[in-house]
Design a protein around this ligand. Structure first.
Ligand code: FAD
Ligand code: THG
Length: 820
């Protein structure tokens, strides 16, 4: 069933002719959409936004695989574009250097990300690094990371080349047109009002860069981005570069230990600096372009030399040749930061036809243009996995101005920092607390943050449980945000019973007479079952890609509780509600809470607290029931993501503390503990349960992901059915369970997987399996390398860690524990 149908004569107005708007116009017209108009307040091809003065360094390394792929496409595309013979890309290569041992290790991690994403790179010794960049003081450098395909994008030329191509295919370019408002009829965009009149539109795409929040506000949309000033200076002529015949021949250089980057500009160097304090500006306060203004570049603020002083001192130390020159000029240029360093791509949740492509660097611009064009033309994006970039990924508090400002500025401060994957945010905490919070504090919880929730990673109160257990201490990197207590909590869950705070797991309520029909159309499973049934199933894209994996509990004839993975699921369901009002969807996460009570003694703890029959036959595996636990009314789902006997127990927040206390007190004689997310993640990997967003995403189908069992092809029509039916017998890759051969080894996720010296895949999530006594890693591999017993290696920093494909699940394969 295809839910999407937009004709090629859809009238599109793109607001903004920076690198993003230009790329989109090109990509849309290349797909046969010709009713495309690009408006910009400024003159083309340098209308005065960030693209008009960006130095254009394209470094492809990124902790996000998607971002690396967007960059890679940009490199490929710009390499093939020119303006009257002048290139849009200078393929000078990239060099990231280390001047500290921590950074040297970090370069290896980055090398791993690049390798996993299919971008060639190489670690260089100190001598090789100095040879690759002769201006460097050899004595200060420890190592380098060389990325031959990085280079310099000529942003203004890229705008010119792509808008020209679009115009040649029929797109209309309207420079010096300022957008003043957007017309919305009956919840749909219908036009764009400029200072030269109104343009009719079926689709409007906001590519307005730092002005994005102002444009989005025209349709009542909050864009969570902050324009921040960033210092960019140019030296005078550097004698060592005298006589340079070309704009640049040296690689672009990153010196992240001191927040600096460099590019050549003929005989000069251009120096970018992130070390100064964050300098946010409100989008509303940024001027519009003006032919009369003394500077027609409203995105450029006055250079503040005092902020640049440390950068210049460091530059002279690192690149001694610069001691013979000085800072000639500089700017404080504005560009967008977001709360998670990722772009904002997607359609407004409330005004249909209003799209945004915002907070995009030059580096990712052509990739984003392609992605948005695919979304508009096809209804899904087949080239990139965009789940991390979706405009609608944020929950309510993440749109609050205070949150957006604090987190965006923090990301500016940390832009080049070495961040552990579990590194928690520091500002504004706590944002959300479950009703168990004070109990958890009293137990010495080590909190990390999940969607704003304070969530225990482990509890110091369990320190006594460590003694006598044989726990492998990980290396210093993996040992961050880790404690041997994590291991003890995991083992005690399998030995006795533990309480897990599951409040952060987002849950929706779907109600109304049309609920069954509505859900049947959207999910891969059959949910038209008896009241009390729980169904594990998937949401799919039209192309069969996995949008989410969810649990659907039928609580009454007309109401369901759905366990989801995040705000995108709420958005997905809300957009597809029937127009007749027969179904409502509501996020019930705030105001409710959940304890996962799991372990072989879970029934011993719960049974005395309730009159309900919770025996193996009274409340079967994957069934739901409502009953009272002491004075607390609960909804119990008999399931367990950690793979043990037990229930998810939900109640309203007001009853939360009483629920905790009841279970805690009753559990004492059975050795109950509170356990944290560290143990949880280890246990779920041993049980083989995938995590959406990490293990599988939009780019994977259910069969590759090992989730074919959750798809009922024989059921009535559902979104994605036709596509998955075709993909079913065409599986080329598989999400595969690996175990690390040496019990002393750890990996953390995102590492490349090798067969011999060939990279064949990458790790998604990883943890130590405290039941099986070795590391566990799930990885995407070609099926020919996914047979049980295949020996492979995982590149962890500079080491190749031996691993073997293992039969899954590693624990309780015959389901006797969980069905007990
Ligand atoms: P813009 O280029 O800002 O384009 C938005 C356009 O929208 C503007 O032309 C504007 O006139 C138009 N517009 C806005 N509002 C309206 C309206 N109401 N009506 C009509 N038109 C409107 N990125 C890299 O990848 N590598 C780098 O090395 C790099 N260095 C940078 C250095 C500096 C100093 C700065 C400031 C940025 C740098 N960036 C770099 C970031 C990069 O420049 C931007 O992220 C990118 O150019 C944004 O492109 P855009 O098309 O989204 O926005
Ligand atoms: N609990 C609830 N909802 C959820 C999750 C959860 N929704 C989001 C996310 N987690 C979904 N992920 C899973 C993954 C596996 C299982 C449940 C949720 C699971 N799988 C059984 C199995 O594979 O053995 C399914 C068996 C079956 O289909 O009968 O339990 O943690 N509420």
């Amino acid at each position: 069933m295809t839910t999407y149908d937009r004709p090629a004569d859809t009238r599109v107005v793109i607001i903004g002719a920076g690198v993003v708007g230009a790329a989109l116009a090109d990509e849309l017209t290349a797909r046969g959409w010709t009713h495309v108009t690009v408006v910009d307040q400024g003159d083309l091809p340098a209308p005065g936004g960030s693209s008009s003065h960006a130095p254009g360094l394209v470094f492809q390394a990124n902790s996000s695989r998607t971002m690396t792929q967007l960059a890679r496409y940009t490199v490929d595309k710009l390499n093939g574009l020119d303006v009257d013979g002048e290139p849009c890309f200078l393929p000078v290569g990239g060099l990231e250097i280390a001047t500290t041992p921590e950074r040297e290790r970090e370069l290896w991690r980055r090398h791993g990300w690049l390798t996993a994403a299919g971008v060639e790179s190489r670690i260089l010794s100190a001598d090789e690094t100095a040879a690759a960049y002769p201006l460097l003081d050899r004595g200060r450098v420890l190592a380098g990371l060389s990325i031959p395909t990085d280079g310099l994008a000529k942003a203004v030329r890229a705008v010119d080349a792509q808008t020209r191509q679009a115009a040649a295919r029929g797109a209309v370019l309207l420079p010096r047109h300022e957008v003043l408002s957007i017309t919305v009829d009956d919840g749909r965009v219908s036009g764009v009002v400029t200072d030269h009149g109104e343009l009719p539109a079926d689709v409007v795409v906001c590519c307005a860069g730092i002005w994005g929040p102002k444009v989005a506000a025209m349709v009542g949309l909050t864009l969570p981005l902050v324009p921040l000033a960033h210092q960019l200076a140019r030296t005078g002529p550097v004698p060592a570069l005298a006589g340079a015949a070309r704009e640049a021949t040296l690689p672009i250089l990153r010196h992240q230990d001191e927040d600096l980057y460099y590019r050549e500009d003929g005989e000069r160097l251009v120096v970018g600096y992130y070390g100064h304090k964050a300098m946010p500006v409100r989008a509303q306060d940024i001027a519009a372009w003006s032919a009369e203004a003394s500077t027609p570049m409203p995105s450029v603020l006055d250079f503040t030399p005092a902020d640049f002083e440390p950068a210049w001192a460091e530059t002279q130390a690192l690149l001694p040749a610069t001691r013979e020159t000085s800072v000639a000029d500089g700017i404080n240029g504005l560009f967008s930061f977001t709360t998670d360093n990722l772009p904002l791509i997607g359609e407004s949740p409330t005004v249909s036809g209003f799209w945004v492509a915002e907070a995009v660097w030059v580096t990712h611009s052509a990739g984003v243009g392609r992605a948005v064009a695919e979304l508009l033309v096809d209804g899904y994006c087949s080239s990139f996995d965009l789940h991390e970039c979706d405009l609608n990924r944020f929950v309510e508090h993440q749109l609050a101005p205070a949150y957006v400002m604090a987190r965006s500025c923090r990301n500016f401060d940390e832009v080049y920092d070495i961040l552990h994957p579990l590194e928690p945010a520091v500002d504004l905490r706590p944002i959300r607390t479950s009703p168990f919070y004070s109990r958890q504090q009293a137990l010495g919880a080590y909190f990390l943050e999940a969607n704003g929730w304070e969530r225990p990673q482990w509890y110091d109160a369990n320190a006594d449980l460590v003694a006598g257990r044989d726990i492998v201490e990980p290396d210093a990197w993996a040992a961050q945000h880790w404690s041997p207590i994590v291991a003890a909590e995991a083992q005690v869950t399998r030995e006795r019973v533990a309480m897990y705070d599951m409040t952060a797991l987002m849950r929706l309520e779907v109600t109304g007479p049309g609920s069954v029909e509505f859900l049947q159309r959207l999910v891969t499973g059959n949910v038209a079952k008896s009241v009390g049934s729980v169904t594990y199933c998937l949401l799919l894209d039209d192309d069969g890609g996995i949008r989410s994996d969810i649990t659907v509990a039928r609580l009454t004839a007309d109401s369901f509780q759905i366990g989801v993975n995040g705000h995108l699921d709420l958005d997905w369901l809300s957009r597809r509600l029937p127009a007749d009002g027969s179904v409502q969807v509501r996020d019930v996460t705030p105001g409710t809470c959940c304890i996962g009570l799991w372990g072989p003694r879970a029934r011993d703890v719960l049974a005395p607290l309730t009159d309900a029959d919770i025996s193996a036959t009274g409340l079967k595996y994957f069934r739901a029931a409502r009953f009272d636990v002491g004075t607390v009314p609960v909804t119990a789902l008999r399931m367990s993501y950690v793979g043990e006997l037990g229930w998810e127990l939900y109640t309203s927040a007001d009853h939360g503390a009483a629920l905790w206390d009841a279970l805690w007190d009753a559990g004492q004689e059975h050795g109950v503990i509170a356990a944290g997310r560290g143990a949880f993640n280890s246990l779920r990997l041993e049980k083989g349960y995938r995590s959406f967003g990490t293990d599988m995403t939009f780019e994977h189908d259910p069969y590759e992901a090992g989730l074919g069992f959750a798809v009922r092809l024989e059921k009535e029509e559902f979104v994605g059915r036709e596509a998955v039916a075709k993909r079913k017998d065409n599986v080329g890759r598989a999400l595969t369970c690996l175990t690390l051969t040496d019990p002393a080894d750890h990996v953390l996720g995102k590492e490349p997987v090798l067969a011999g010296d060939r990279t064949i895949g990458y790790v998604t999530s990883a943890a130590y399996g405290y039941t099986i006594g070795r590391g566990v890693a799930y990885a995407w591999l070609p099926v020919e390398h996914a047979a049980v017993g295949t020996a492979l290696t995982i590149r962890y920093f500079d080491r190749d860690v031996p691993a073997v494909v293992s039969a899954e699940p590693l624990v309780d394969p015959d389901m006797t524990r969980i069905r007990a």
